[in-house]
Design a protein around this ligand. Structure first.
Ligand code: PLP
Length: 468
């Protein structure tokens, strides 16, 4: 036997021990502080300087996981984790992840693992129907969807496709891109990577709630076009990171459409809400005019990181921009034109079997439970917001957006920042901050798999008790 081959019986036994460890972790999560108080370097000093020469037993590794690693983690799956946006997970998703690792296939080409590609295409169509996204993204037409690692990668490939399309249509015309000042930093990063320098990146102002000012966008676009530049890319956000604001996508689409600009919709967090018909209209508004639309099942839809889904209305520009077919990847299925090679839709060549965890989450939880998960969180966010509004020391900085509430102490930014620091140091809840309408905002983002109403209410009580 090869020295690295792992005995099947041992694997069976130890995999069960690891699953037990995870189940125990989940069961005891609530008793842990949500975020650690650790000094930089403290984790590394507890680890040996060199890798072991001889094999160590699983028990020794798990002991170190408990002793060294766990105390140095922010527990993102803790029911009182309300920071950033959720990175939720679930039992079925974890099992799908395990199966993907166990199968260990590469799905860059249809030919390298046909079922890997076809399950992805199929699940993405299921999702498109669940979210109520338009036919223009259907793979049966000119469009289609793909799983990317992150919303950042989704935006990057959309930008690259838009850039190449624009350069082919208007050779030599300098390209200009637009997004609001509250768009996620990944848009600007993607533009930078794609070679759109700062002088060609326009940040459009937002209204008091954080949504893009379309009149300002139209003015900027008209001025650039009149100056001989080519407005080639507009990013709209559905659910901004700071306040959950929803840009007016239909009006933005009209401006972009007048100049043939590519419209990308970043619904990374809020997109999941579209599975609930009553929450859907503002989330998918304007999607029927978008060139690309993406959301993260790894945020609020209980599929563990990483899983971003990007749809395009026309896959042609994407594939033309990203397809590389060296001799060693040529095969009859690709040549036939009858298959999808998802490597042509992303930056890396290799790709994991991420569709498995999406498939297992959708099948083993079911759409009805996923909708209830979203509805509960939206309802609890409203209850939490009502508590904030009823306390004279606090104020809401904008209306709650879905499951996100942004609020502050009336006594000012410093007091709000100090309150957040005290609450997080206490370990019973974890929230983060952003700037909303120029103010320091404390954000409560509900989205955890095991979060219950009582955790949200307890977080409010902790804040109220710690507030001056
Ligand atoms: N877009 C928005 C609106 C976000 O809130 C985030 C992250 O929170 C991202 C994009 C980036 O997501 P990812 O980590 O998947 O790149």
């Amino acid at each position: 036997m090869a020295p690295t081959a792992f005995d099947a019986e041992r694997f069976r036994h130890e995999a069960r021990a690891v699953v037990d460890w995870i189940a125990d972790y989940w069961a005891t999560l609530e008793s842990r502080p949500v975020a650690p108080q650790v000094e930089p370097g403290s984790v590394r000093t507890a680890l040996p300087a060199a890798a072991p020469e001889r094999p160590e037993p699983l028990a020794a590794v798990l002991a170190d996981l408990d002793r060294v690693i766990l105390p140095g983690l922010v527990h993102w799956q803790h029911p009182a984790f309300f920071g950033y946006f959720p990175a939720s997970t679930s039992g079925p998703s974890i099992l799908g992840e395990l199966l993907a690792a166990g199968l260990g296939v590469q799905g860059m080409l249809w030919a390298t693992s046909p079922a890997c590609t076809e399950l992805e295409t199929h699940c993405i169509e299921w999702l498109r129907h669940l979210l109520g996204l338009p036919e223009r993204f259907a793979v049966a037409g000119a469009g289609g969807g793909v799983i990317q690692d992150s919303a950042s990668s989704g935006a990057l490939v959309a930008i690259v496709a838009a850039r190449d399309r624009a350069m082919a249509m208007h050779p030599g015309r300098p390209l200009v891109a637009y997004c609001s000042v509250d768009a996620h930093s990944s848009i600007e990063k993607g533009l930078r990577i794609a070679g759109i320098d700062a002088s060609r990146r326009r940040r459009i102002p937002v209204d008091a709630a954080g949504a893009m000012d379309v009149a300002a966008l139209a003015a900027a676009v008209e001025a650039d076009a009149a100056a001989g530049l080519h407005p080639f890319f507009v990013a709209a956000t559905v659910g901004t990171t700071a306040s959950g604001a929803i840009d007016p996508v239909p009006a933005i689409a009209a401006v972009a459409g007048r100049h043939g600009a590519w419209l990308h919709v970043d619904a990374a967090w809020a997109g999941t809400a579209a599975i609930c018909p009553e929450l859907r209209p503002p989330v998918v508004a304007g999607a029927d005019h978008a060139d690309s639309w993406g959301f993260n099942p790894h945020k609020w839809m209980l599929v563990n990181f990483d899983c971003h889904v990007l749809w395009v209305a026309n896959r042609g520009p994407l594939v033309r921009a990203l397809s590389m077919k060296p001799d060693y990847l040529r095969n009859a299925a690709t040549e036939s034109g009858a298959v999808i090679d998802y490597a042509d839709w992303q930056v890396p060549l290799g790709r994991r079997f991420r569709a498995l965890k999406l498939w297992m989450t959708l099948r083993m939880l079911g759409a009805a439970a996923l909708r209830q998960h979203v509805r509960d969180h939206v309802a609890w966010a409203r209850e939490f917001a009502a508590c904030v509004a009823a306390d004279p020391r606090f104020e809401l900085l904008c209306e709650p957006s879905l499951a996100l509430v942004c609020f502050a102490l009336r006594s000012g930014d410093e007091a709000s920042a100090a309150l957040l620091g005290r609450v997080n140091a206490g370990g019973t809840a974890f929230l983060t901050h952003a700037r909303v309408a120029g103010r320091y905002a404390i954000r409560l983002a509900i989205g955890g798999a095991i979060t219950e109403r009582r955790h949200v209410m307890a977080a409010w009580q902790t804040l109220a008790d710690a507030a001056p």
